[in-house]
Design a protein around this ligand. Structure first.
Ligand code: GLY
Length: 371
């Protein structure tokens, strides 16, 4: 299978997202043109290291590139001040210089953390993303959002720092658990929901085969998702406008993640998928779209075997007021008003700043009553 290339067009900070099989094994050849000397520092985590670090090291060594790796614990807790300090001090101990490259090798946690460390190390060094989860391939590795969590909330400390290259190796998706794969698929289906009915219909036709392992379909889903993200980021790198569309489902989703303690009860992509369904439901109740649209969206999630309702979240949840309060903690609050991404149909999302909270409350009350 050929490698697809999506360009993120940001002037002198433009870069390519290369998508295809075998990219980790070829990482040396892919990265070598960026290097000022044959040496990189890799930041990764335990699970990814166990599965793929040897292959990456071999791929780099094949081009004579020396590499050292820092292996961190897996999980969201790693996106912390303490681990940021560990990464930065380790990179300094490795004598990483301004012209060197840091490699972020892992899922969204590692990409965000290593990217932020690269952003602040010596006032900014370049980095390459090698995302190993579906979620990271289609979302977090592209677009330059980097950062860590604070005790005040997720992603509250960070910087925009674009990678110099993204290598999305489709083969690694085969090592994900079905649950992790489908959680990443929550972000894939989000792209259909926010900007392309055509892509959503493609997912309706191909989603099950793609989840079952069809590599060609997986590559196409990643390519189309990344293309949509690249187009939005090129228009609005720092989220002054359109980029907020990428947060479809996230206001609800973040509240649900907070309500479940950022635990295994609800993975981020699962929260996004349920959040998209709730955003469509809210849009329908506001008269923006026909009721068929949220039903169709949820039917696709059901066909994929994904969580789609509040009823699918195990264990206790706060009441509707409690969930609305958690939405208020979301960093996308502007001047005290909750920002939602709503839609006029599947693929037609827009930013809404003055949503009637009574409608949101009624959607949540009904969802909670169904539990
Ligand atoms: N994940 C949303 C964004 O990159 O803007």
């Amino acid at each position: 299978m050929a490698v697809d290339v999506v360009k993120v067009a940001l002037g002198e900070r433009s870069y390519e997202v290369r998508i295809g099989p075998g990219l980790i094994a070829r990482a040396g050849a892919e990265i070598a043109p960026l290097l000022s000397r044959p040496k990189v520092a890799i930041v990764t985590e335990d699970r990814v290291a166990g599965l793929h670090l040897e292959a990456l090291m071999a791929g780099l060594a094949a081009e004579g590139i020396a590499a050292e790796a820092l292996v961190l614990p897996p999980g969201e807790a790693t996106k912390s001040w303490a681990h940021l300090q560990e990464v930065v001090e380790w990179l300094l101990a490795q004598k990483v210089e301004r012209k060197d490259i840091v490699v972020a090798f892992g899922g969204g946690v590692i990409g965000d953390l290593a990217g932020f460390a690269a952003a602040i190390l010596r006032r900014g060094v370049r980095f390459v993303q090698i995302p190993t989860s579906l979620l990271a391939q289609v979302d977090s590795s592209v677009g330059g959002k980097t950062g860590i969590n604070s005790p005040h909330g997720k992603n509250l400390v960070g910087a925009f720092h674009q990678p110099s290259l993204v290598l999305a190796d489709i083969d690694v998706l085969g090592t994900l658990t079905p649950r992790d794969f489908l959680a990443g698929y929550g972000e894939v289906v989000k792209y259909g929901g926010l900007g392309s009915l055509d892509f959503f219909e493609w997912l309706e036709r191909n989603g099950p085969a793609l989840a079952a392992g069809d590599a060609g379909l997986r590559q196409e889903a990643v390519r189309r998702s990344v293309q949509m993200k690249a187009d939005i980021v090129a228009r609005d790198e720092t989220e002054q406008g359109d980029r907020a569309l990428l947060n479809l489902g996230h206001t609800f989703g973040h509240a649900l993640e907070a309500a479940t303690g950022y635990s295994d009860r609800l993975l981020h992509g699962e929260g996004v998928a349920i959040g998209c369904a709730l955003a469509f439901e809210t849009s329908a109740r506001l008269g923006l779209m026909a009721q068929e649209a949220p039903s169709r969206f949820r039917a696709h999630l059901a066909a994929m075997g994904m969580k789609r309702d509040l009823a699918d979240i195990a264990g206790a949840l706060p009441d509707a007021e409690g969930l609305i309060a958690l939405m208020g903690q979301d960093k996308k609050v502007q001047a005290g008003k909750l920002r939602f991404i709503l839609a006029r149909g599947i693929g037609e999302a827009f930013v809404a700043d003055d949503v009637d909270l009574d409608v949101v409350r009624s959607v949540l009350l009904d969802g909670l009553a169904g539990r």
